[in-house]
Design a protein around this ligand. Structure first.
Ligand code: G3P
Ligand code: CA
Length: 292
């Protein structure tokens, strides 16, 4: 079960004094006996999502097992950490990522909207935060973090999987020297996961699922998923005792998203999940401590 202790509640806590990066123990990340805390869009409950500040908080302070990174691709072919296909919601700009160059995206402020919407956690340093590239995130943490990377809208970005693999390779995060599970690639798109598998069959894959698809889960569908993926990442709203049991009986990992409230965290643990995506890493750690 969970092995980390000393998780802290973050309310009002200054995010300073980042220590050296350290990844979770490498040997059992993909074990059915491990319950993983996956920092959804970084520590996005406390810092602007998909900014370096959110990743630093998740990795260095809260010691999440994984930092989650959604990928979009710019007009000039750079992979950036962003959830939406447009920059509108999370920055002070407007427009589609696919129609903007990286230089244009680098001009944007990805932190001020968070400050305005979250006065409790707002920080002056978040104002003007840049949208990071995948390259920059991997440069920042290197092998000192574990990465749970989502190919977003892959049909919009031909070549996204190849670019992702190249970037991981140049950081030594795929291949023999890489520890098992240090990088997981997730997608709602089976086609994208199959592409990754073709490029490199060693990269572990996770099939994301909407709640409705999880609720309609069958053993046949799980067999299909198991032919290319090591786990499923369903909306937690679609996880039931029955389908959780089916997933686990197949030996697949079960990582529901996005589990932010304590009762939901407890319910997921009751159902035997092997990890959760959460905006509140520390909250889940506290629940885990009291649960064990
Ligand atoms: O990747 C798991 C979860 O993040 C999927 O939902 O929309 O937050 O990317 P979304
Ligand atoms: Ca995601």
């Amino acid at each position: 079960m969970k092995r980390k202790i000393g998780a802290m509640l973050l309310t009002g806590l200054a995010v300073t004094g980042a220590g050296s990066a350290s990844a979770a123990p490498a040997n059992d990340l993909l074990s059915q006996d491990r319950i993983l805390t996956i920092a959804h869009r970084g520590a996005s409950g406390y810092a602007p999502e998909h900014t370096m500040a959110a990743y630093e908080l998740a990795q260095l302070k809260l010691k999440a097992d994984y930092i989650e990174i959604d990928l979009q691709m710019t007009k000039d072919g750079e992979l950036i950490a962003m959830h939406d296909e447009t920059v509108d919601r999370t920055t002070n700009g407007t427009g589609e990522v696919k129609s903007m160059t990286l230089a244009e995206i680098k001009q944007l402020d990805a932190g001020s909207d968070f400050n305005a919407a979250n006065p409790t956690y707002a920080k002056a340093e978040y104002a003007g935060a840049e949208v990071p590239t995948l390259e920059e995130v991997l440069d920042r943490f290197g092998k000192g973090a574990n990465y749970y990377i989502e190919t977003k809208s892959p049909e919009v970005y031909p070549g996204m999987e190849e670019k992702l693999h190249e970037t991981l390779k140049s950081h030594g995060l795929v291949g023999k020297r890489n520890h098992e599970g240090q990088v997981l690639v997730q997608s709602f798109s089976e086609a994208s996961l199959q592409k990754m598998r073709k490029i490199d069959p060693e990269v572990p894959l996770v099939q994301l699922l909407e709640a409705k698809d999880m609720l309609l889960m069958t053993n046949e569908r799980l067999d299909e998923i198991k032919s290319y993926a090591i786990g499923v990442g369903p909306s937690f709203k679609g996880v039931t005792a029955e389908n959780a049991r089916m997933v686990k009986e197949k030996g697949l990992l079960l990582h529901p998203y996005t589990v932010n409230e304590e009762p939901d965290m407890r319910r997921m643990l009751d159902l035997g999940v092997t990890g959760v995506f959460t905006n509140y890493v520390d909250r889940f750690e506290q629940v885990l401590k009291s649960y064990n």
